[in-house]
Design a protein around this ligand. Structure first.
Ligand code: KIV
Length: 271
């Protein structure tokens, strides 16, 4: 039986097949060439050049400040590293909310200048016209519902979304609207597991969760969080696979010490 390891190149079509046969989709964020090369070699299905780059790469408190030019720069580094993964790039705040023409122009810049494979944008009913317009140019679109960090100042907190019936019903209808508009997949962020399960069962397209429980079609995490590079963020849904902050700090402390003691470079480490 063939598995994900046999797939040479992930496409939106391959992801759809994975959903049909119940194979879970793996997705991680990536923002630079070297990390993307490792993740691609590890056979991650989707690499998301997330606007979380605003936080983990640029040190901003929110995702709002990152620009389209910065996203394109991150995305083109990732694209150069990748042989197998599908690379999806976030449309940053302010690059698509104005109107569908602005959304299309921003998506075209990402596809043309970074040579990305698809774009992602946040929102439901409000962005459906933009989703349709971007699709007219042949650009695959991934949706994003639930906790949508670009709206943090509207929400006021990073708490779990759609716990109440009204918001849950709206999320279910937005998910269907995005599917009908032609999105190839949807990310659900930080919503009750039971609701995420219902969305996944209602939709034919893959539903990828982050803090949305196990009963969806795939999982995504921010790579800096799961690798323990960023220790400031520890939500319940996060599993840390490494503690790179401490490991890197120990290595750098050792290097500093070696330099100070004139232990580095030694005889073999010179010409
Ligand atoms: O920008 C990002 O990292 C994301 C994920 C949280 C899905 O959108």
């Amino acid at each position: 039986m063939s598995t994900y390891k046999d797939v040479k190149k992930i496409t939106t079509h391959v992801l759809q097949e994975m959903k049909i046969r119940g194979e879970k989709i793996s997705m991680l964020t990536a923002y630079d060439y070297s990390m993307a090369k490792i993740f691609d070699a590890a056979k991650i299905d989707i690499l998301l050049v997330g606007d979380s780059a605003s936080n983990v790469m640029h040190g901003h408190e929110t995702t709002l400040p990152i620009t389209l030019d910065q996203m394109i720069s991150h995305a083109s580094s990732v694209i150069r590293a990748v042989e197998r993964s599908l690379v999806v790039v976030d449309l940053p705040f302010g690059s698509y909310q104005g109107n569908s023409k602005e959304a299309l122009n921003s998506a075209i810049r990402i596809m043309k200048e970074a040579e990305a494979h698809a774009v992602k944008l946040e929102g439901g009913e409000d962005v459906v016209d933009s989703v349709k317009r971007i699709l007219t140019a042949g650009i695959p679109v991934m949706g994003h519902l639930g906790l949508t960090p670009q709206s943090i100042y509207k929400f006021g907190t990073y708490e779990v979304r759609a716990k109440e019936d009204v918001e849950a019903a709206k999320l279910l209808s937005d998910a269907k609207l995005l599917e009908d508009a032609g999105c190839f997949a949807i990310v659900l962020e930080k919503i009750p597991a039971q609701l995420a399960k219902q969305v996944s069962e209602n939709l034919k397209i893959p539903v990828i969760g982050i803090g949305a429980g196990p009963n969806v079609d795939g999982q995504v995490l921010v790579s800096h969080d799961m690798l323990g590079i960023n220790k400031d963020f520890s939500p319940k849904f996060l599993r840390r696979y490494l503690n790179l902050y401490d490991e890197i700090k120990t290595a750098v402390e050792q290097y500093v010490d070696d330099v100070k003691r004139m232990d580095f470079p030694n005889e073999k480490e010179q010409y």
